[in-house]
Write a protein that binds this ligand. Structure first.
Ligand code: F6P
Length: 505
């Protein structure tokens, strides 16, 4: 029998939690107890949560919380393709794109993937003439995932040079134009809804650029990636170059679908499949592992502990790997758009903070910029470090050695602190971190890393009783922008003044 939610929280809140140093001193097995490894086809990823404050008591309390929150049932619904997004009456079937989930959805995704494979292969074989560049136009979930994956996986060689353009600020598109030759450039228009104003405006400007630069049939150079293929056809794209995906795939979870087209084009089809397979390995783990042995759920236990009981308002992620330079940008949307909510899935006000603010950057750069606050500031910031044992570079091994040593030193320093008679030189210590250590950053590992965070986000949402799959918070600003465009309405005095100053009033 599961205990009520409130009682589980009560138990968690009344646990006595020693310092990190005390926890290690009391338990020689702590590292292995709180580390877990996910084995991929080649290589593995280690998730070391031992430098968080999770105790056996806390874990038992959180396991009860997961039970009372209906975690098993919610997870079953997620993978069964049942409605898990009640406000929009939708399933969230990103795992089906990786081959794990409802059988019919997996089959549908596999048929759509085959269509994408054929187009990617045809382009590689020259069916659309010489293709050296792809300008991928999309925003939010239609851009951040492809940008991350292309950047992370094409360090050595990109089969096609990809430029991801998201911002409506024309400077972004002009930068891409400057780097591409119109005669050998394809345009991907990536939009789940095929209505997003930034994307559609950028797409029109890209067509004009092709036309003005002598491309005879600009529409013939466009590939559309969308859940609404009929809209893309209506807009002018030939249906043979429209790659659809299912409505039940959320925007920020869509890089595994045809939105991943630039990834496949840049890294090649086999590597794209390895990327999906890496994610599928994590899906299977998340689907079958129970309690704290479930690594994304275990991470969510620590997340909840810090946000709710230690009032951590942010969580930082630092990749000690240049290839993952866009990881924190990607994670911001995943976590903040999913769990930045104030009402429960039933529509009642939440009684505690929900998503912390996700932020971060790359090491060692960040050490010389923001780590001061992490070590001595007044905010508690749980930190995730991500690193790879294998280097991404071919230079003197000193580079990678220094990189990794610094990464591990930061976690140790945050935990141990250092006392000094001079308060300005004292470090309080006992500051938590988790470390994700990959054997290498390759397609499968990146897939696994992203899927881990998708499931961690979902697990957090279940523990908080919120719906992670809608995002109504983004609509109001869009509506007001439309009203401004239309004219005839007045706004607050500050906004009116700004509009007038910019000649828009
Ligand atoms: O404004 C938020 C949002 O709806 C995201 O959730 C989504 O990823 C992005 O806009 C882009 O939407 P679309 O893919 O439909 O253009």
């Amino acid at each position: 029998m599961s205990i009520p939610h409130g009682e589980a929280w009560q138990r968690i809140a009344t646990e006595t939690v020693p310092t990190l140093t005390e926890l290690f001193a009391a338990d020689p097995e702590r590292v292995s107890r709180l580390s877990g490894r996910i084995q991929l086809d080649q290589g593995s990823v280690l998730f070391d949560w031992s430098k968080t404050h999770l105790t056996e008591g806390l874990i038992a309390g959180f396991e009860q919380l997961a039970e009372s929150a209906g975690f098993d049932e919610m997870r079953r619904r997620l993978f069964a393709g049942e409605v898990v997004n009640p406000t929009e009456g939708r399933a969230a079937e990103h795992s089906a794109l990786r081959g794990v989930g409802n059988v019919a959805s997996v089959e549908e995704a596999s048929a759509l993937r085959e269509r994408m494979r054929l187009l990617v292969q045809a382009i590689h074989e020259g069916a659309l003439g010489e293709v050296k560049h792809l300008i991928h136009i999309g925003i939010g979930g239609s851009a951040l995932g492809p940008a991350l994956a292309v950047d992370a996986l094409t360090h050595d060689l990109a089969l096609v040079d990809v430029h991801v353009v998201s911002n409506i600020d024309g400077v972004a598109l002009e930068r891409a134009f400057a780097a591409c030759d119109p005669a050998t450039t394809l345009i991907a228009v990536a939009s789940k809804t095929f209505t997003t104003i930034e994307t559609m405006t950028n797409a029109q400007s890209a067509l004009r650029w092709l036309e003005e630069n002598g491309v005879q049939d600009p529409y013939g150079r466009v590939i559309a990636l969308t859940a609404y293929p009929e809209k893309a056809v209506e807009w002018g794209v030939d249906e043979t170059r429209v790659l659809p995906f299912a409505e039940s795939v959320g925007g920020r979870y869509s890089l595994w679908s045809s939105i991943g087209f630039p990834i496949a084009l840049a890294i090649g089809w086999n590597d794209f499949e390895a990327f999906l397979d890496g994610a599928a390995t994590v899906d299977r783990h998340f689907h079958s592992a129970n309690g704290a042995a479930n690594l994304p759920l275990r991470a969510a236990f620590a997340d909840q502990y810090y946000t709710r009981l230690r009032q951590a308002q942010t969580r930082a992620v630092f990749a000690y790997d240049e290839r993952l330079g866009l990881f924190s940008d990607y994670l911001q949307q995943l976590e903040m758009e999913s769990n930045g909510k104030s009402v429960t899935a039933e529509g009642d006000p939440v009684d505690a903070p929900t998503s912390p603010i996700t932020w971060g950057g790359v090491g060692t750069d960040a050490q010389h910029a923001v780590f001061q606050l992490l070590h001595q500031g007044t905010n508690l910031v749980p930190v995730d470090f991500i690193a790879s044992i294998a280097p991404g570079d071919d230079l003197d091994p000193a580079h990678h050695r220094i990189l990794l040593m610094n990464c591990f030193a930061q976690g140790a320093a945050l935990m141990a602190g250092r006392q000094s008679p001079d308060p300005a030189r004292s470090y309080p210590g006992d500051r938590p971190s988790a470390t994700i250590l990959c054997d290498d950053i390759d397609p499968a590992t990146l897939g696994a890393l992203i899927a881990f965070h998708e499931h961690r986000t979902f697990a957090n949402a279940v523990l908080m009783g919120i719906n992670p799959f809608d995002q109504f918070g983004v609509e109001l600003g869009k509506d007001i922008a439309k009203k401004i465009e239309k004219g005839g309405e007045s706004f607050d005095p500050s906004t009116e003044n700004l509009l007038q100053m910019a000649g828009l009033g």
